[in-house]
Design a protein around this ligand. Structure first.
Ligand code: ASP
Length: 318
């Protein structure tokens, strides 16, 4: 198994980034800064009724050129809990449908007096490109197959809260449509920086051996991997990115890679099940498992709001 870089029991350090575009290159101390801030925010998410005023008078714009349920609403909730105002822009229903470029859209929204843009796009690199053309902070809310840094942070935060802050040596299997996933890339960068070991598993067309270049083990035998891991993170088969063309049939995919009730019995007793959502129930993950005792899926969602509060606060207010 590939060894991750030296673990970092790093203390939080001051935040100096103007944007959060990826977890590649984000060090352990920076992640711990986000987690420390998220810990402060989490009680507000878990017991609603209060707000912080950290971002009172500030404005966040969610610019989503691609569909979203969790991420968009999680950023909205996060901004609201920090007393910021929120503007919502969608690809459909905005002037991009009239031919306006994404950069023009972003610059026009910024010109309305916005402090941070949260950007999702189906093409990799669009948030970076926008960041190069605006003065305010930009947060990548998922770009094509590239990265989804706040999802990576919320997944790692969930693991730290479950297993304790030191994830060094923990083994995480990420299973399914690896090649199309931005979630997997952010998780690999973040988890390896913290000393965890990542195994990706899926059919060869969706989990090619070349992924080993990211410092992970690649397996096509899920049943052999499950007894070895502390965590199994299931990924959605991304039909909109043509993953269907890479699998012989959904029946065969289920046979090899679905996390069924039977397969969960291969996991160590302490292992937990994650999924970033949305779930294809009955394809990659069975309902008994998604809603079962090992699942931390809804906890991921709750933690996501706290992580996004932390990221917005750090990007806008430092
Ligand atoms: N919600 C995640 C993303 O936006 C995962 C998925 O769509 O399957 O990448």
């Amino acid at each position: 198994m590939n060894q991750a870089p030296a673990p970092a029991a790093a203390a939080p350090r001051p935040w100096t980034r103007r944007h959060l575009l990826s977890l590649e290159g984000v060090c352990a101390a920076e992640m711990q800064r986000v987690f420390a801030e998220a810990e402060r925010c989490l009680p507000l998410v878990m017991a609603p009724g209060r707000k912080f005023d950290d971002l009172a008078g500030h404005c966040v714009a969610n610019i989503f050129f691609e569909d979203s349920t969790r991420t968009r609403n999680s950023f909205t909730r996060a901004a609201q809990l920090l007393s910021a105002d929120v503007i919502q822009v969608s690809g459909e229903g905005s002037s991009t449908s009239k031919g306006e470029t994404e950069i023009d859209t972003a610059r026009n929204i910024e010109a309305m007096g916005v402090d941070a843009l949260v950007v999702r796009h189906s093409s990799a690199g669009v948030p970076r490109n926008i960041a190069d053309h605006v003065r305010c902070g930009v947060v990548n809310a998922g770009d094509g197959r590239h990265e989804h840094p706040t999802q990576g942070l919320l997944d790692i935060f969930t693991l730290q809260r479950h297993f304790g802050p030191d994830l060094a040596g923990r083994r995480i299997a990420i299973v399914g449509d690896i090649i199309n996933s931005r979630v997997v890339r952010s998780n690999i960068f973040g988890l390896r920086t913290l000393g965890a070991q990542v195994i990706v598993a899926g059919p060869p067309a969706l989990a090619p051996a070349s992924l080993g270049a990211l410092g992970v083990e690649v397996s096509h035998d899920l049943d052999a991997v499950l007894p070895l891991v502390d965590v199994v993170m299931m990924l959605r088969v991304q039909f909109e990115r043509l993953a269907g063309q890479s699998i012989a049939s959904t029946h065969e995919y289920r046979d090899g890679y679905a996390l069924t009730e039977r397969r969960t019995r291969l996991l160590p007793e302490h292992a937990v099940v994650m999924h970033p959502g949305p779930i294809n129930r009955g394809l990659e993950l069975d309902s008994e498992v998604a809603d079962g005792p090992r699942s931390v899926i809804l906890r991921q969602v709750t933690h996501g709001v706290a992580i996004r509060m932390a990221v917005l606060k750090l990007i806008i207010a430092g």
